[in-house]
Design a protein around this ligand. Sequence first.
Ligand SMILES: Nc1ncnc2c1ncn2[C@@H]1O[C@H](COP(=O)(O)OP(=O)(O)OP(=O)(O)O)[C@@H](O)[C@H]1O
Length: 238
Amino acid sequence: MLLEIKDIHVHYGKIEALKGVSLEVDEGEIVTLIGANGAGKTTTLKTISGLRPLSSGSVVFDGRDISALPGHKRVLVGIGQSPEGRGVFPGMTVTENLLMGAYARKGDFSKDLEEVFELFPRLAERKTQAGGTMSGGEQQMVAIGRALMSKPKVLLLDEPSMGLAPMLVAQIFSIIKEINNRGTTVLLVEQNAQQALQLADRAYVLETGKVVKSAPAADLLDDPQVREAYLGGSLGQH
Ligand SMILES: Nc1ncnc2c1ncn2[C@@H]1O[C@H](COP(=O)(O)OP(=O)(O)OP(=O)(O)O)[C@@H](O)[C@H]1O
């Protein structure tokens, strides 16, 4: 097991955002976390990457309890995150933004940079363009590319499809698949449940801070309750 979250409780002041969430991600998998607004998806990712402290429970990564490890050190053990809202540095060029992802590493990153440009030819054409002038989809690519520059074992993606036109969503999802094929484990948080379930191996459904279902993603696509709540209720083909 690459990543294991055990019974985590997380608070914002008096609000309990996560009420005992447990989940597992095996090496090589794409696992998705779906759920309505406010269910606790982002909080779960932030707890894994160390941006939110735990009230109780634990996060185990690669066999090691990292619950008390500060966020910047979690990058070093192999946890890479592309945050919700992307967080692209507007005044920096595409290349500079990508290099920020490697800040914690030593050595020559040119090969890794080339790999990111190979995955995202669009970014290769815009190496010197300021991040802030990129389109939403391009900024999403920068955010994912930047996370890859830390050479993560697991890539945490928070709503990569947010605000993107359908064609771009398809493109981003196929790049996520390619990243996974090249050996990176993925934990994906999505509102776009249909596409996320089509991409993922397994899925967890979060409701108000609790896991209410976990199953192979293909099974959830056929689950009447999931269809009703997250897939628009239609029984059409997927
Ligand atoms: N900074 C914060 N301060 C107070 N409460 C917060 C904060 N961030 C999140 N919460 C609360 O924690 C709960 C979980 O929020 P979270 O952002 O994890 O949900 P989410 O499933 O990612 O939703 P969304 O899809 O809207 O981002 C919500 O009730 C939210 O209001």
